[in-house]
Design a protein around this ligand. Structure first.
Ligand SMILES: O=P(O)(O)OC[C@H]1O[C@H](OP(=O)(O)OP(=O)(O)O)[C@H](O)[C@@H]1O
Ligand SMILES: O=c1[nH]c(=O)c2nc[nH]c2[nH]1
Ligand SMILES: [Mg+2]
Length: 168
């Protein structure tokens, strides 16, 4: 999201839909690999990374731990953990034949920081917004910049009021 603006559209994603979108992402990535390892950007990237790694048959999974959003409010970006020495070695120091996976790219701030660590890695996300899209090599679905994507792990089943009572 552009710094601290409230998104006015919602894009809720179910587990089924997310699984399907991750598999679609893997179909595309399968034409690009093989990859030595998957690097998940936590926490949102952990779920697609597990599915993509399973489909690609990759057994080495590492994490880059980054934090920046408190729900929809964008804060300062902090890298809590970089990739391990073993993964860095697999990527020849520059990330060659490593696959970075995140759930989405929004402003591109997270992608920019992780790309700078391993510039030759392939960067994949399931969803992309226009500002971040140029930083991603492969993604599945684009949504507008003023849309907030709601992931199934952040949602709960709840009563939805009827449309005539003002539900979106
Ligand atoms: O393109 P950007 O504007 O940087 O936003 C994208 C990042 O924001 C979210 O992570 P968040 O920092 O909320 O942490 P989380 O993955 O733990 O939810 C999302 O999972 C991406 O990693
Ligand atoms: O759950 C989320 N949905 C989003 O649209 C988004 N953008 C940045 N970070 C995000 N997290
Ligand atoms: Mg994240």
């Amino acid at each position: 999201m552009t710094a601290n603006k409230t998104p006015n559209k919602a894009f809720p994603v179910s587990w089924d839909q997310f699984h399907r979108d991750c598999r679609a992402l893997t179909w595309r990535l399968n034409e690009t690999g093989p990859f030595h390892a998957v690097v998940a950007i936590t926490r949102g990237g952990l779920v697609p990374a597990a599915i993509v790694a399973r489909e690609l048959g990759v057994r080495v999974i590492d994490t880059v731990c980054v934090t920046s959003y408190d729900h929809i409010r964008k804060g300062e970006l902090k890298v809590l953990k970089g990739i391990s020495d073993a993964t860095a070695k697999l990527g020849g120091g520059t990330g060659k034949d490593l696959l970075i996976v995140d759930d989405l790219v929004d402003t591109g701030a997270t992608a920019r920081v992780v790309r700078s660590m391993i510039p030759d890695a392939h960067f994949a996300t399931v969803y992309a917004k226009p500002l971040g899209k140029p930083l991603v090599d492969t993604f599945i679905t684009e949504v507008s910049q003023d849309t907030w994507i709601y992931f199934p792990w952040d949602l709960d089943l709840a009563f939805a009021p009827p449309l005539r009572d003002g539900a979106a």
